[in-house]
Structure formats: structure tokens, C-alpha cells
Design a protein around this ligand. Structure first.
Ligand SMILES: Cc1ncc(COP(=O)(O)O)c(C=O)c1O
Length: 394
């Protein structure tokens, strides 16, 4: 039955959240005292590093920090972010014109699209993808052009094809590596090629870098701003959610092309008064002092990844180890493929008491897969693979 709010113009473009079905089943099972192992949502389970929490407590005691803050973020936080880019990527940015604080990456994505595209503008992105990559475009009345990404080079070939054949060049290319949900990782040469293509065709680039710090086995995800000349057409979105276990705090950044940053700043000046100032002050500590914590967070995901990959392979479900992100993107076992990802995810929850995300929730090209999030400890993850093994044998 259509939701009554479907009568509203923009709401009608937004289908009900596919993941809600699994979330509801999980909640029901838990209410019935069933121990569900939750590998569904990409919601980090670890604590925010101590020094950040302590700084928040201290800063929130100061009444001066209770007032409206600045929509584009306090200067010291922007400066600290710019220093981190210099340290980690050798990228020089102007903290005034080329960096803005956002209420997480989601705010940056949704409002940047809202600010920069209009009716009919084409935005190209890989599919499956993080839902806002597609729906942010629809909400801004753009046209989402989704290209399949079984691997990075196929995506690049499809993009070259599109430029050759299409009469209307895309306005924006929206990419994200390491990629949620497929875990596709790329090197700097790939990003150089993307920037070259986009510049040649007058397309701007938005690079969602939410998994900037989650590369495994020595792999370090490159920033698109490392590409020479990238700043002329590209912005990168960085988030503290995964790098510092700060998902609930809602802090992110948009960095790079000054024109796009100014557009985002303008729209945000109408919409918000910035992140609560004590959170911004605590975020300075994250960026300045917590690099070791970030490394530990990443190493922890890597250990969980190993347990999950080994366990699933042993359970008779062949999967490949991802090089980055906090996910595993698994093709549905042959025997169950015909069910589709939503029915299969429901079955895994019912029979193995393990919650996973159905691939279809990430767009039409996500069908045929489910996504595991590495958000339970090693012991629980091992327990999940054993339960899945029992279910697959049964
Ligand atoms: C690709 C991608 N971008 C953005 C986000 C959201 O980040 P934030 O918490 O900074 O809004 C996520 C969260 O899962 C994500 O997977």
C-alpha cells in the first residue's frame, strides 16, 4: 500500500527503505530474546578515542560554546584538516576557500548535489552505491546515470563509452573509493585517468572518501586531490565517522574546488548553524592527536575481515577478501540466487540468526549480492560464519 506521505512531490521519488524490512525482522527476533548477530548496517561498534571524548566534555562546560557556531566550521578545525591533508597526502589546501566542515559526509553529499545540479543535469556514478549517491541526485531533480562496476576498469571503460556516445556530457561524476558496498579499491593512476577524462569533458567530480583510512594489508587509499590539477574540477568528502569511530557525532568535510565549496557554503548558510561547537573543538583533537587510534581501528577491521572470509569459505560460501572498507560484498550462493537478495537476507536471518544487507538496497545493480558489515567482534563474527555454515548445509 502506498505510504500516505507519497502524495508529496519529493517523497514520491523516494521508495521505502529496503533495509527497513531486515531491521524490523532483527528487532522482532531480538524482542523474542533471539540472539541476532548483526552484520547489517555500517555502524561502527567501537568507542570514540578517549582524548576526543574528554575534549568534548571540557568544551561543553564552557558557555561560550553553547551559542550558534559557524555553518562552514570554525577556522581552527578547517586548518587542522588542511594540515592532515598535507601530512597524509602531500596536498596543499587553503583552509578558508578550499575546506568546509559538514554535518557528516551525508550532509555534504546531499547539499552539494542540491547546490550544484538542476533539473535534468546528469550525474554519473557506479551502481550499486551508497543510497544517497543515487537519491541525492533525484531529490535535486537531476538525472542519475548508473554505470555497472564489477571492477574498476570495467567502470572506466563504460565511462569512456558514455563520453563517446552521449550527446549531453554529465555535469558531475560521483565516485567513492574504497567503495561501499562493493569494496572496490583503486590506485592513484585510476584517479588520474578519471580526472583526465572529466577535465577533458567539462565534468566536475565529487569523490566520497568516507573509507579514506580503511585500507588493508598495507594498501593506502589515494586521495583524488593528489592528482595534479584535480582541484580545478574536483572536491573530496572526508568523514570522521569511520576514521575515528565518530559516526554519531556527525562531522565531515568537503575539500578542494573553491567554486563548489562556495556553493555548498552558500546553501548551508541558509540551512544550518554548523556542528555543535564542542564537537568541532573535540574534532580538532581527533585530527591532531589520534592517528594511532585510526590505525588501530583499521587493523581491527582487518582482523574481523580475515575471520569472516576464512569462516565463510570454510562454510562453503566462496568469497574474496576486500582490500578496504568495513564490508564484505558476497555473491549469493548459486543454490539461492534465484531468491533474490532481499529474500535471501531474510532467510539468513531466519535460519542462521545473522543480519546482512540485501544488495538490492544499494540500487538495481546490487542484486545478486549481500553485504556483510564488520561490526561484530571476532568471536561473534566466527559464530556467525558457523551458523551460516549450518544453514547452508541444511
Ligand atoms: C560511501 C559512504 N559515504 C558516506 C557515508 C556517511 O558518512 P557520514 O557518517 O560522515 O555521514 C557512508 C556511511 O556509511 C558511506 O558508506
Amino acid at each position: 500500500m502506498p505510504d500516505s506521505s507519497d502524495e508529496f512531490y519529493r517523497i514520491a521519488k523516494l521508495p521505502p527503505y529496503v533495509f527497513a524490512v531486515i531491521n524490523e525482522m532483527r528487532a522482532k527476533a531480538r524482542a523474542a530474546q533471539i540472539d541476532v548477530i548483526d552484520l547489517g548496517m555500517g555502524n561502527p561498534d567501537g568507542a570514540t578515542p578517549r582524548p576526543i571524548v574528554n575534549k568534548l566534555i571540557e568544551a561543553s562546560r564552557n558557555a561560550r560554546n553553547h551559542r550558534y557556531s559557524q555553518s562552514r566550521g570554525i577556522p581552527k578545525l578547517r586548518e587542522e584538516m588542511v594540515l592532515r591533508y598535507q601530512r597524509n597526502y602531500g596536498v596543499t589546501l587553503d583552509s578558508d576557500k578550499e575546506a568546509i566542515v559538514t554535518i557528516g559526509a551525508k550532509d555534504a553529499l546531499a547539499h552539494l548535489l542540491f547546490a550544484t545540479i538542476g533539473p535534468g543535469d546528469v550525474v554519473v556514478s557506479p551502481n550499486p552505491a551508497y543510497p544517497i549517491h543515487q537519491y541525492g541526485v533525484l531529490m535535486a531533480e537531476g538525472q542519475a546515470c548508473m554505470l555497472p562496476m564489477p571492477d574498476a576498469s570495467t567502470f572506466l571503460n563504460r565511462l569512456e563509452d558514455l563520453y563517446r556516445k552521449s550527446s549531453k556530457a554529465p555535469k558531475i561524476l560521483l565516485i567513492s573509493f574504497p567503495h561501499n558496498p562493493t569494496t572496490t579499491c583503486v590506485d592513484l593512476d585510476f584517479l588520474k585517468e578519471i580526472v583526465r577524462l572529466a577535465r577533458h569533458n567539462g565534468t566536475s567530480i565529487v569523490h566520497d572518501f568516507a573509507y579514506a583510512d580503511l585500507g588493508f594489508d598495507g594498501y593506502q587509499p589515494p586521495s583524488i586531490l593528489q592528482v595534479e590539477g584535480a582541484k580545478e574540477i574536483a572536491v573530496e568528502i572526508f568523514s570522521l565517522s569511520k576514521s575515528y569511530n565518530m559516526a554519531g557525532w556527525r562531522v565531515g568535510f568537503c575539500l578542494g574546488n573553491p567554486k563548489m565549496i562556495a556553493a555548498l557554503a552558500r546553501i548551508k548558510s541558509y540551512l544550518d548553524y554548523g556542528v555543535f561547537q564542542p564537537i568541532q573543538i573535540a574534532s580538532i583533537i581527533a585530527l591532531r592527536e589520534c592517528e594511532e587510534d585510526t590505525k588501530k581501528i583499521c587493523a581491527n577491521y582487518q582482523k574481523r575481515r580475515d575471520v569472516l572470509v576464512t569462516g565463510l569459505n570454510r562454510a562453503g560460501w566462496p568469497v574474496e577478501a576486500p582490500r578496504g572498507t568495513m564490508f564484505l560484498w558476497a555473491p549469493i550462493p548459486e543454490k539461492y540466487k534465484a531468491l533474490g537478495s532481499l529474500e535471501f537476507a531474510k532467510l539468513v536471518l531466519e535460519k542462521a540468526q545473522v543480519a546482512v544487507s540485501p544488495g538490492i538496497g544499494f540500487g538495481p545493480l546490487g542484486e545478486g549480492h549481500v553485504r556483510f558489515a564488520l561490526i561484530e567482534n571476532e568471536q561473534r563474527t566466527r559464530q556467525a560464519t558457523r551458523a551460516i555454515g549450518q544453514f547452508l548445509k541444511g
